[in-house]
Design a protein around this ligand. Sequence first.
Ligand SMILES: Nc1ncnc2c1ncn2[C@@H]1O[C@H](COP(=O)(O)OP(=O)(O)OP(=O)(O)O)[C@@H](O)[C@H]1O
Ligand SMILES: [Mg+2]
Length: 301
Amino acid sequence: MPENATAACSGAVRIAGVERTFATKNGPRTVLDGIDLDVVAGEIVAIVGPSGCGKSTLLRLVGGLDRPTAGTIALDGDATHAQDDRTAVAFQEPRLLPWRTIAQNVAIGLPRGTGKKEGRERVAELLHLVGLDHAADQRPREVSGGMAQRASLARALARSPRVLLLDEPFGALDALTRLRMHDLLLEIHAAQPTTILLVTHDVEEALYLADRVLLLRSLHAPAEPERPRARIVALGSTSGIGAAGTSGAHGSEQPAATEPARRASIARTVPVPGARPRDRGARPFTDLRASLLDGLGVHQH
Ligand SMILES: Nc1ncnc2c1ncn2[C@@H]1O[C@H](COP(=O)(O)OP(=O)(O)OP(=O)(O)O)[C@@H](O)[C@H]1O
Ligand SMILES: [Mg+2]
């Protein structure tokens, strides 16, 4: 949790008892269930989990692009809704309009009713923030993948959202560009403190960027075999997560309370110790990484 986060800041997300069941030709299919989560304003929460477990579905729900079958999602006390200017989404692919310039693509994200002059200034400011001043008049096909993704981030930031929803935003980038984007995201977060929900398949990325990592499970996978919890408890004492994470409102490394009768989607909530920017090679980091990979079914020897 960021030190300066307070209840008075905007961008607090409260997810309570959320379930999403889709009607399919084989009958109803519950993708998400029992999701309870409080995100404080300015917090960065990473969401990891196996493919198909509902990560994108959860982001869509928070963004008001879809509605839960049960439960509620509120932003600063008010339910989120379709075309909610308080939230903005950026995806794995930049989804820029090819016939428009980079500046025009960023301008698409401006809130409705923004004046021309004000809009131009805001776009220039955002292009500067993401290091694209020089590319303002270029078309998407003329810029690199990393630049296009920065433009996509700038477009999402254009409406000054209280909550930024990022769905594997760096997944399609090469490793070096991805590392640069991590630092850019942290710079943006420092310049414009915004609550961020970040879906990623990259555990390192989650641990480098997030205050907390949420591990989702697939409700359609066979139940995980009972594993001794001792390793995780021991990990808490070496990494500092015991002190940082087992008290307070942000959950812990405990399995969700609804097991085993009805499996909840959140398998674990892992607070990440240490202030950003973090040292990717630090011991707590590598221990947490191993623990999360273990939770994802990747067992290391
Ligand atoms: N509109 C829909 N109708 C029916 N099923 C859906 C719908 N949207 C999503 N699903 C199903 O919900 C499940 C979760 O999808 P979702 O895209 O949220 O997974 P994910 O965790 O983001 O996966 P990935 O890591 O591969 O992106 C999938 O089985 C998907 O087929
Ligand atoms: Mg997805």
